[in-house]
Design a protein around this ligand. Structure first.
Ligand code: ADP
Ligand code: ADP
Length: 227
């Protein structure tokens, strides 16, 4: 599904990704971990074209991300992304946040979009908050809305960039629980996180980065086997 092949990236003369290769098969959950500044966030953002790269190639469902002529907006619409900061539209209600791209990008009718939004809000436990604005919700609730919004687009894969790092500790689990459910339902996921309990529970593979390099890429059993 996601095939990252020999990616290198520089900012000016500083190399931030150094010959990174890994794959995420359909239905697989890959957790990316490693020290701060090691390139995790940059790597995950190359997958949907948010970060350009100078060397290598990435294929998502057979489409080359870096190639000239690739329709990046179209590709991004098929890959859900959840960031550390929730990035909801502050002036739109929860429902409107979920409906907007469904209508504008996928061309769904308002009724269809609302129905899909409603079922996803049920799923993340937030239907009762559908008419609130993001600022009226807790961080954990906002992040669950952000996940529901990404899912509303029926993505073929989901990327998560430290989705719980900005949350108060008591809200981390409500977000991780939603992600665990998604993983168990077979969603293809690439997750940058420091939550090793989550990784141990659902990761099929763990990729460990250091100084721009993938220094380990192994199965859950290999990674956690001795811990
Ligand atoms: P991580 O997610 O592992 O914390 P990042 O991918 O955010 O690491 O960053 C990798 C390296 O790239 C860091 O050294 C960071 O300072 C650098 N970096 C990230 N974005 C930029 C940028 N826009 N310009 C220059 N350096 C950057
Ligand atoms: P994240 O890890 O979630 O991407 P960061 O705090 O690392 O968040 O980066 C926030 C923004 O700042 C990003 O757009 C990133 O590209 C940019 N950035 C990060 N490090 C640097 C850097 N050393 N120089 C310039 N821009 C940077």
């Amino acid at each position: 599904m996601i095939d990252i092949k020999h990616i290198s990236k520089w900012y000016g003369s500083t190399q931030v990704l150094d010959d990174c290769s890994t794959q995420v098969a359909s239905g697989e959950v890959v957790v990316v971990c490693g020290p701060s500044g090691s390139g995790k966030s940059t790597l995950i953002k190359t997958v949907n074209g948010l970060e350009p790269f100078q060397k290598g190639e990435i294929f998502v469902d057979g489409v080359s991300v870096g190639a000239a002529g690739t329709n990046l907006p179209k590709l991004r619409a098929r890959i859900g992304m959840v960031f550390q900061s929730f990035e909801l539209f502050p002036h739109l209600s929860v429902n409107q946040n979920l409906e907007l791209a469904q209508v504008k990008v996928l061309g769904r009718s308002t009724e269809e979009a609302r129905e899909r939004a409603g079922s996803l809000l049920d799923r993340v436990g937030l239907r009762a908050h559908q008419d609130k604005f993001p600022g009226q919700l807790s961080g954990g609730q906002q992040q669950r809305v952000a996940i529901a919004r990404a899912l509303a687009m029926d993505p073929i894969a989901m990327l998560f960039d430290e989705p719980t790092s900005a949350l108060d500790p008591e809200m981390v689990n409500e977000v991780l629980d939603v992600m665990v459910d998604l993983a168990r339902e077979g969603m293809t996921m690439m997750v940058v996180t420091h939550e090793m309990g989550f990784a141990r529970k659902v990761a099929d593979r763990v990729v460990f980065m250091d100084a721009g390099k993938i220094v380990e890429d192994c199965s859950n059993e290999e990674f956690f086997g001795n811990m």
